[in-house]
Write a protein that binds this ligand. Structure first.
Ligand code: NAD
Length: 302
């Protein structure tokens, strides 16, 4: 078989000198404005590492999920240290991996792939990254009754994190009730105690709740407003936002005006990047430096 016709997956993985330039990347659709390359490359330079972060944009390439096996095999063959994986590939990538971390297996989704000794290992730093940021921002927060608004990809990762953090009760609200019910059922299959419930009524969900996590796109610059009536918030409720563009969303503004303790959306973005950076490089990123860089990048992107 000529080299041109050798399937990429069948090629041996070359050995990469640990001191050489590290190649990493992001596979997803519509990712041209991602801040992740700048975050990783700048932090790597601070550690004296030469790291190149390549965007692999399905939209830009005019391909769909069918290209994923080839892209994963190509990255492995070219000596990439790893890849971040985003929409719409987080589940589809599972079939291309040799191994999964316990967390990625529980979540059924992967946002980081590491290539090691010819094997592709899937991890998920979305939930653990959110947890990292949340615990730094609100140490010892009450998790007796938490409301999650938004049962999509990000909400699902956070729900897993909350149940791993021993949240006693998780009420899931989504305008698509099928999604909310499906997430609650999936969580209760993995974690003991039947702690997740779908709650179609936001007012009932927030009655007596100690915390609110917002995980819908509402509040983004292109979708301004509140995801639920502000009158449902009450002082004493902590409020964690995941939208970070803009940094101060309408939800954060209303919550802060009421005196609620809040977590901004940047903490999850920084937390998941720090987790992936460790997996790619073996180095611990400096959290305050990454967070400050992220805030600068957001400012420049507005
Ligand atoms: P998604 O489309 O997978 O899920 C969004 C869910 O919210 C859907 O199930 C939808 O039905 C539901 N929804 C929309 N409006 C609602 C409302 N008013 N009330 C209740 N449910 C509602 O999206 P996703 O990938 O989960 O991302 C959601 C948002 O999170 C993104 O738009 C992005 O702004 C943000 N995000 C932030 C980070 C971060 O690192 N901070 C990471 C990922 C996503």
């Amino acid at each position: 078989m000529s080299p041109a016709s050798t399937p990429l997956a069948a090629m041996a993985t070359p050995t990469v000198d640990a001191s050489s330039r590290r190649l990493v990347g992001l596979i997803g659709a519509g990712i041209q404005r991602s801040l992740t390359p700048a975050m990783h490359e700048t932090e790597a330079a601070e550690h004296g590492l030469r790291l190149h972060y390549q965007l692999i944009d399905l939209d830009r390439a005019g391909v769909g999920l069918e290209a994923l096996p080839t892209l994963i095999a190509a990255a492995k063959w070219m000596g990439f240290a790893g890849l971040n994986i985003t929409y719409p590939c987080k589940q589809a990538v599972l079939a291309q991996l040799d191994e999964l971390s316990e967390e990625a297996r529980a979540m059924g989704a992967v946002n980081t792939v590491v290539f090691r000794d010819g094997r592709a290992i899937g991890h998920n730093t979305d939930g653990s990254g959110w947890r990292w940021g949340f615990e730094r921002a609100l140490p010892g927060a009450d998790l007796s009754c938490v409301v999650l608004v938004g049962a999509g990809g990000a909400g699902s990762a956070i729900a897993h994190a909350l149940l791993r953090m021993e949240a006693a009760s998780l009420r899931i609200v989504d305008t698509d009730p099928v999604r909310a019910r499906a997430l609650a059922a999936a969580l209760n299959r993995v974690y003991p105690g039947g702690r997740a419930v779908a709650e179609p009524d936001a007012a009932r969900a927030l009655s007596g709740a100690c915390g609110l996590v917002h995980a819908t796109p509402t509040g983004m610059s292109k979708l301004p407003g509140l995801p639920l009536p502000g009158a449902l918030l009450h002082p004493g409720l902590w409020v964690a936002e995941i939208v970070y563009f803009p940094f101060e969303t309408e939800l954060l503004r209303v919550a802060r005006a009421l005196g609620c303790r809040t977590v901004d959306g940047g903490t999850m973005a920084v937390g998941q990047a720090i987790g992936a950076f460790r997996l790619f490089t073996g180095f611990d990123a400096e959290p305050a430096r990454v967070a400050a860089h992220f805030v600068r990048l957001i400012g420049a992107a507005i």
